[in-house]
Design a protein around this ligand. Structure first.
Ligand SMILES: [Mg+2]
Length: 226
C-alpha cells in the first residue's frame, strides 16, 4: 500500500478560503497607514513572492510578512493572524469530493497525509475545524521539516503527491521520485507558475491530472496496478 500526500490550500479547500482573513488584516493596516487594503496586499504579496522564489520557509509566515509590510509604512501594530483566522474558520469549506476521496483512499489501505507548505500554527486549526484530522493519518507542514515542499526530507517515505501547485506539488516531488497527480488545469497553471516562480517547468509533467477530487482513488489504483 502507498503513502499518499495531499495538499491543503487549493486542493482539499478552495484557494480563496483565506481571503477574508487577509482582507481584514490589510484593511486594519491600510487605515493606519493612510492607504488602501489593495496596496497593503500588493506589498505583502510582493514580499511573499520574493521569499517563494528563494524557496524560503518564511514565505509562509504571514504574521511576519504582514508585520514587515506594515512597518514599511510606519504601522507597528498588526492583528494576530491566528486569532483573525479563528473568527473566519466557521466559513471555511472543503472542496467537492474531498471527504469521499480521503475515505476511499483510506479504505483501500493507503496511508494518507496532508502535505502543506503552510505553518502548523495556521494549518492545524483549519484541519481540525474541517474534521480532516479524523480522515488522515498525519500532517506534514513546512516548519516541521525545516523546508517547504522542495527538499527530500519533506517527501521521505511518500509515494504520491496530489495538489494544485505546479512547482510544489509536481516539479519538486517528481524530482524526488514521487508519482504526482495535479488537481486543476495543468497547462494553464504550469505556464503561470513557471513565470511567477522563474522555474522552467517545460520538462515537468504530472503522471495524472484530475479536475474533481473524486477521481483520485481510481487514478491511484491505475498508477499502482500498471
Ligand atoms: Mg495548494
Amino acid at each position: 500500500m502507498a503513502t499518499i500526500l495531499i495538499d491543503l490550500d487549493g486542493t482539499l479547500i478552495p484557494l480563496d478560503a483565506w481571503n477574508p482573513v487577509f482582507a481584514e488584516i490589510c484593511t486594519y493596516i491600510a487605515k493606519r497607514a493612510g492607504t488602501t487594503p489593495e496596496e497593503i496586499w500588493r506589498r505583502a504579496r510582493r514580499r511573499n513572492l520574493e521569499l517563494l522564489r528563494a524557496l524560503d520557509l518564511r514565505a509562509f509566515d504571514w504574521q511576519r510578512i504582514l508585520a514587515e509590510t506594515a512597518a514599511e509604512l510606519g504601522v507597528d501594530e498588526v492583528p494576530d493572524v491566528a486569532r483573525v483566522l479563528e473568527r473566519h474558520l466557521p466559513a471555511f469549506r472543503l472542496n467537492d469530493g474531498a471527504v469521499e476521496a480521503l475515505a476511499e483512499l483510506k479504505a483501500a489501505g493507503h496511508r494518507v497525509e496532508i502535505a502543506t507548505n503552510g505553518l502548523a500554527y495556521y494549518q492545524l486549526p483549519v484541519i481540525r475545524r474541517l474534521g480532516l484530522d479524523e480522515l488522515v493519518d498525519g500532517v506534514r507542514t513546512s516548519d516541521r521539516y525545516g523546508c517547504p515542499k522542495t527538499c527530500p526530507q519533506y517527501f521521505q517515505g511518500a509515494d504520491v503527491m496530489i495538489g494544485d501547485n505546479a512547482v510544489f506539488d509536481v516539479y519538486f516531488p517528481q524530482k524526488f521520485g514521487l508519482y504526482t497527480i495535479f488537481y486543476g488545469n495543468w497547462e494553464e497553471e504550469a505556464a503561470a507558475h513557471s513565470q511567477r516562480m522563474q522555474i522552467d517547468l517545460s520538462k515537468a509533467a504530472p503522471h495524472a491530472v484530475v479536475t474533481n477530487l473524486r477521481e483520485i482513488p481510481r487514478v491511484i489504483q491505475s498508477l499502482f496496478s500498471s
